[in-house]
Design a protein around this ligand. Sequence first.
Ligand SMILES: Nc1ncnc2c1ncn2[C@@H]1O[C@H](COP(=O)(O)OP(=O)(O)OP(=O)(O)O)[C@@H](O)[C@H]1O
Length: 301
Amino acid sequence: MVAIDLTDVTKTYGDVTALQSVDLTVEDGEVFGFLGPNGAGKSTTIDILLDHARPTAGHAEVLDMDAQDETVAVRERTGVLPERFGPLGEMTGRQHVEFTVEAKNADDDPGRIVERVGIDHAADRPASGYSKGMTQRLMLGMALVGEPDLLILDEPTTGLDPNGARQMREIVRAEAERGATVFFSSHILQQVEAVCDRVGILDYGNLVAVDSIDGLREAAGTTGEMTVTLDTVPDRLGDEISAIEGVTSVRVDGYSIVAGCENPAKAAVVEACQQAGATVENIETSEASLEDLFAAYTGGA
Ligand SMILES: Nc1ncnc2c1ncn2[C@@H]1O[C@H](COP(=O)(O)OP(=O)(O)OP(=O)(O)O)[C@@H](O)[C@H]1O
């Protein structure tokens, strides 16, 4: 089974193109991170999967069903944490979960769910008085009801404290182990890297990359910084290193040369130091930050 299959999906709102000819396949059981800057089209994609919006062109399937024609069946097997939700009513958190259990004809224990998402201490208070993070946790709990085959989480860590973000990651992993597919939108790359098998990056409605984070790093060629500490820094060494292909920046910091460079250039940097007559005392390298990677794919947005 394919969990999500978008074929040539375009969505326009008047003059705005929210999605442009997007093709995307998410396999059953994958944890897929959907990344992109503000306004990239992430929520629009999710709206189409859940038939809250109709594609202007193209076709969307969810769990091998037509997202627009078999909406009820799709929603029965899908748990959703939406990005936007209205204020909750006077019912308690526990009652909200109980209501969802009944509506989905599921047999989950509401007490177990509120505990799992960390709101058991407040489960018997009206949910209308919950903080943003508590509301987010409750909505996640409601999404988990009925062991859905597909979890769609739109910006799930918004409003969560670090513990909440960690619990969210643990829940995503546990759901994936159970066999669910998780489709997780975010612009926080660290969250995505921590849990996702693959990521897709949207930019202005275009799907610009789909790969593992390591694969994206390699393809972007953004391989980070290397710091070479020497016994002495000969004159002109900085200029010589700047001229090496694949070196993007050079600065001298005391007895260290700090070079931004792609992997293949690293050996040439060390060689240049030695040829200039310096003794290499230490070498440290760091990978491109996730922010660098994101910027590489989204034009620095
Ligand atoms: N109902 C709508 N009417 C008009 N324009 C819309 C509508 N929904 C989305 N858009 C536009 O489509 C584009 C994509 O928006 P979308 O909400 O899908 O982005 P996003 O990636 O989820 O952004 P964010 O990270 O800020 O939530 C934006 O330019 C947005 O203004």
